[in-house]
Design a protein around this ligand. Sequence first.
Ligand SMILES: [Zn+2]
Length: 116
Amino acid sequence: MNWLSSLLRRTRARLDRWLHRPYRTLIVQESLPRKLRRKIVYVVEEDGFVEQAAVLCPCGCRRVLHMNLLADERPCWRLTRHDDGTTTLHPSVWRTTGCGSHFWFRRGRVEWCRPQ
Ligand SMILES: [Zn+2]
């Protein structure tokens, strides 16, 4: 059964890479799609300005988190786009209601502020 354990090991490694893949960045014009997908950070652009970023809450509660990117509105996040296609948001994202998720979003990855 060597082939089976080898197959299991390779499948587990592939699944692990898939689960830990970074978020993709998707630029959308003017409005968000009706339904957001996991592992994608949506960046809404209008007239050449980035207005907001949105993601499904990484805790799995399915809420959509909106981060304003317009400098003259508060609260405001700064979005950095990296050469590898990932993004970073600054400062951290903190839901003060509901699930209470609090995390940093760096280079397409969620870093929890406290263990989940
Ligand atoms: Zn949540």
